[in-house]
Design a protein around this ligand. Structure first.
Ligand code: HEC
Length: 336
């Protein structure tokens, strides 16, 4: 690209400095906006609990303990406390002196199945601008951090070539999202969970998971109910997302610290209740400037929420060579 030039727009030294300064100020203004109380409000129940102005309910507290303990969530979604993985272990850590952000800013492959409901798989022909988002159709695979290190399809350039060699060790890894505000909804539809009235969200990088109950159940039982099928093809007698999890989109580098946590149904619910304490607006309500004009969903169960919209994944062609044949290629086993 650009005939190998890193400065394809020809500018005098003075003008380049001016342009760079404008970009620096642009980034700094986004940074201050993100740090401002408008975005980083720290006004959730959990923040009030940390300040000693709110007492967690019994279920919220149990969920917090599970988040740090049996659920092992805290090892990636840092909540400012120690992790207590063994049963009966007591937490002797002291709370962090910063507002916990519920992410370690690392990356992991949680083994999320391919979601055939994503429009991207069908965007295979040029749009009004002549741009084709995904020429590979179902040959597309999201290798996450691996594609970034290869400066691959759809990714910006990896700024450090010495990292490229590590791509096969991180294929399928996505950035650890913050768990803050994961349950945030418009006020008309106060929850993400059926029977509601609820606001339908899509969780994880491809929106495959449709409720927080399903999200926690996935971490809990991904490996217990693993089937070698794609979404929409769970065997008769099983229910997708309840006792059948389709295979991961990318099988390499799966995080094995989760997947079979042994949580009970009630413990899963307690973690969901805890996640709901992370929603901003509890101590200081937000002005609701973007009024939601749609309608809430209602009925059904959070366990199977959204299953009525499952579609069978078509037979998958092999991973497109523009994605999976870029050196250093995924391995040790190739991506199917
Ligand atoms: C090994 C690291 C790791 C562990 C342990 C872990 N997560 Fe995550 N979490 C991730 C990653 C990576 C993502 C983003 C995954 C994706 O988008 O595919 C994520 C995403 C999330 C999200 C955000 C979803 C969204 O769409 O906004 C929530 C909520 C969450 N995890 C909760 C939990 C809970 C609850 C547990 C414990 C039962 C847990 N996580 C354990 C790595 C981890």
């Amino acid at each position: 690209m650009f005939g190998a030039s890193t400065t394809p727009v020809r500018l005098s030294a003075t003008d380049r400095t001016r342009a760079n300064t404008v970009y620096d100020h642009w980034a700094q203004s986004i940074d201050s906006y993100e740090q401002s109380v408008q975005v980083s409000a720290f006004s959730s129940k959990f923040d009030a609990f940390l300040k000693g102005t709110y007492t967690l309910s019994a279920d919220e507290m149990a969920g917090f303990r599970l988040f740090d303990g049996k659920g092992n969530c805290n090892s990636c979604h840092l909540d400012g406390r120690g992790t207590t993985l063994k049963s009966g272990q007591t937490d002797t850590s002291t709370a962090a002196m910063v507002n916990p952000l519920f992410t370690c800013f690392g990356s992991a492959n949680e083994g999320v199945p391919l979601n055939p409901g994503n429009a991207f798989y069908y965007e295979t022909t040029p749009d009004a601008f002549g741009f084709t988002p995904n020429p590979y159709g179902f040959g597309y695979r999201d290798l996450g951090l691996g594609t970034f290190l290869r400066s691959g399809f759809g990714s910006g350039a990896n700024p450090n070539q010495t990292w490229t060699q590590f791509a096969p060790t991180v294929d399928g890894q996505m950035q650890v999202s913050s768990a803050r505000d994961v349950a945030m909804t418009p006020p008309q539809c106060p929850t993400t969970e059926a029977p509601g009235p609820y606001f339908q969200k899509g969780f994880f990088h491809n929106g495959y998971i449709k409720s927080l109950k399903q999200l926690v159940h996935f971490y809990n039982t991904r490996d217990k109910y693993a089937y070698p099928v794609t979404s929409g093809h769970c065997p008769a007698g099983t229910t997708e997302k309840v006792d059948c999890w389709p295979m991961p989109e990318v099988k390499n580098n799966i995080d094995m610290t989760t997947g079979n946590l042994g949580l009970t149904d009630q413990e899963e619910n307690q973690i969901v209740v805890f996640l709901q304490t992370l929603t901003d607006g509890f101590t200081r309500p937000y002005p609701n400037i973007d009024t939601f004009t749609g309608t809430c969903m209602s009925g059904g169960s959070a366990k199977t929420q959204g299953n009525e919209f499952l579609i069978p994944t078509p037979p998958l062609p092999p991973c497109a060579s523009a994605i999976c044949d870029v050196a250093p290629v995924p391995g040790p086993k190739p991506i199917p």
